[in-house]
Design a protein around this ligand. Structure first.
Ligand code: CTP
Ligand SMILES: C[C@](O)(CO)[C@H](O)COP(=O)(O)O
Length: 232
């Protein structure tokens, strides 16, 4: 089916780096949990035919209730795993059999723009796999354990990778099952697909599609939504 995609939103993390008692995906942003902002973006997109929301096992019931009361009719909620990768695989398994294209997105990236989601999916349909990304602005160094710089990679080759990450569904499932079998843990989905030798293309997005990770990200997110920029 080339006129629609399925979405896996991963939100089963503990938010250790945020350091709050409540996991960061449930913290309020302009009166609404961060995760609800993210879900609403995909719920509104006609091209997104279903959304599998992956949360911690103890959060499944409250998220089902929140999705139903918030009118999120495309959302189905399942339990995730210990690592992000395990949560993605749980989400993939829960997608309907007919879904051919899948977009994996972090629940804590609430500012992704629909036009970038579509651009990512369209590039994946052209080439098989695509991820949103932005060119790195700083000079990046490789530093060893004693704090000595060992290398300065050429900056024009460096991109900061975001989500969504879009794949033909069987390719992503194969990549995740192979990683599980081989005991490999990746920090994103593209890494696992790259391991199979498949090409993944980057699609340039914008710097506002941040992953809310630490308290300074939350302060920026509050400022961004307050000035209305998250809603355009
Ligand atoms: N076992 C896990 C770990 C992470 N995630 C999700 O993956 C996304 C990106 O992960 P990250 O920002 O690292 O979230 P946490 O793991 O919650 O944060 P931390 O590493 O600080 O604990 C988040 O939406 C998070 O909820 C998940 O679904 N399942
Ligand atoms: C998938 C990701 O958001 C791409 O930037 C990122 O790699 C997740 O990493 P984390 O270790 O879960 O923060």
């Amino acid at each position: 089916m080339n006129n629609a995609f399925g979405v896996v939103i991963v939100a089963a993390g503990k938010g250790t780096r945020m350091g709050t008692a409540e996991s960061k995906q449930y913290l309020p942003l302009q009166g609404k949990p961060i995760l609800i902002h993210t879900l609403e973006t995909f719920e509104r997109m006609t091209e997104a035919s279903e959304i599998v929301l992956v949360v911690g096992a103890h959060d499944v019931e409250r998220c089902r209730t929140a999705a139903a009361s918030g009118g999120l009719t495309k959302v189905r909620v399942v339990a995730g795993g210990a690592e992000r990768q395990h949560s993605v695989l749980a989400g993939l398994k829960a997608l309907s059999p007919g879904i051919e294209w899948v977009l994996v997105h972090d629940g804590v990236r609430p500012f992704v723009k629909p036009e970038h989601v579509l651009a990512c999916w369209q590039e994946a349909m052209r080439s098989g796999a695509a991820v949103l990304a932005v060119p790195v602005k700083d000079t990046i160094k490789v530093v060893d354990d004693s704090g000595i710089i060992r290398d300065t990679p050429e900056r024009r080759t460096l991109w900061a990778i975001q989500t969504p990450q879009a794949f033909r569904r069987p390719l992503l499932t194969e990549a995740h099952e192979a990683a599980l079998r081989d005991g490999v843990l990746g920090t994103d989905d593209a890494m696992l697909v790259e391991r199979l030798g498949a090409k993944v293309r980057v699609v340039e997005a914008d710097y506002t599609n941040i992953k809310i990770t630490t308290p300074d990200d939350l302060a920026w997110a509050d400022w961004y939504v307050t000035r209305g920029a998250g809603q355009e």
